[in-house]
Design a protein around this ligand. Structure first.
Ligand code: AVI
Length: 315
């Protein structure tokens, strides 16, 4: 699919999700639409905030245990990353691997994927880099040349699994197992349960970057779908949902208002919210049991001294 067609398909899918999601009794938008170019930029800033502990904690875990993680992957392995990372976490893992056969970043954002591939080729001369354009939350097959030898290890850091619904996460784990085959493995990051104040601060930082990130989805609706949101007329809210064990992000309307999107009007009552993201938090045992139900056994576990974050080595 060429880039223009890909963009058009994406926009149609976005429109459908917005029109459907804003028509629900609890208005909601799939969190993947938070990540346009501006959203990715804001997310990058979030990862450096003092309150947002997951990125630096996971990075420190990977750095500290890089040699063991490399042994877990084995020599000559193929690292398949779901979501084009190419940041420091990817560098740590790829850099530690013994004679890696290939690095396979998978992402729907074509431009970002190409940049990722180019960066990795520069950083690791001689490494076979095979970018795959796909939405990893949906079903897809890996091209045969990805699968032509060596052990395959799926890499999914960042606790992005926690942004999927339990049903999506289960299907995702099954897909990974299918992709890497019976001899394969997976390295998955999971954010752990902790003090609710620490959790909420991570999703409602003092500098207001997460609020900008959240409101950007409204600006994106305006840019791409001709929406008439005033993003500043929506308040960023982070909530702990104990039943789901998740921090939820919402956008709350402080007034009664009607917003037009492509000729349709959507009414908001004062205090009504749009749910934009859930970020599930895990117990180590609960995560392992969940993984087990979807085809995986936890063989290794790497964590930090405060047990804030865990990296699971699954087979
Ligand atoms: C990408 N994902 C793992 C982040 C998280 O922590 O759930 C997204 C995020 N949303 C707000 N802050 C960070």
């Amino acid at each position: 699919m060429d880039a223009a067609l890909h963009e058009e398909v994406q926009r149609d899918a976005f429109r459908l999700d917005v029109l459907q999601g804003l028509g629900l009794p609890q208005k909601s938008l799939p969190s993947r639409w938070l990540y346009d170019a501006r959203g990715c930029e804001l997310f990058e800033r979030i990862t450096t905030l003092p309150e947002y502990y997951p990125t630096r904690t996971e990075t420190a875990i990977l750095r500290k245990h890089a040699a063991e993680i490399a042994r877990f992957c084995g020599p000559g392995s193929n690292l398949i990353e779901y979501g084009a990372g190419a940041g420091i976490k990817t560098q740590i893992v790829v850099g530690a691997l013994e004679s890696p056969r290939s690095y396979v970043p998978i992402d729907i954002a074509v431009g970002f994927l190409e940049l990722t591939a180019a960066r990795l080729r520069r950083q690791f001369a001689g490494l076979r880099v095979i970018p795959v354009i796909a939405d990893f939350t949906a079903d897809f097959s890996l091209p045969p040349r990805v699968l032509d030898g060596g052990r395959h290890v799926a890499f999914f850091p960042g606790s992005t699994l926690g942004n999927l619904s339990p049903q999506e996460a289960g299907l995702f784990l099954q897909r990974l197992s299918h992709h890497v085959g019976p001899q394969g493995a997976a390295i998955i990051g999971g954010d752990l349960h902790k003090d609710v104040d620490v959790l909420l601060a991570a999703y409602d930082d003092a500098a207001g970057i997460t609020a900008q990130f959240n409101r950007n989805i409204l600006a994106r609706i305006n840019r791409e779908l001709g929406g008439q949101f005033s993003p500043c007329q929506f308040r960023h809210v982070a909530r702990w949902n104990p039943l789901e064990a998740a921090v939820e992000m919402h956008l709350e309307s402080p007034i009664d208002q009607v917003v037009g999107i492509g000729g349709k009007g959507f009414g908001f009552r004062r205090g009504e919210t749009i749910h934009t993201e859930s970020s599930r938090k895990y117990e180590i045992r609960g995560f392992s049991q969940f993984a087990r139900r979807h085809g995986w056994r936890t063989l290794r576990l790497w964590t930090d001294a405060r047990r804030r974050f865990a990296v699971f080595g699954l087979i």
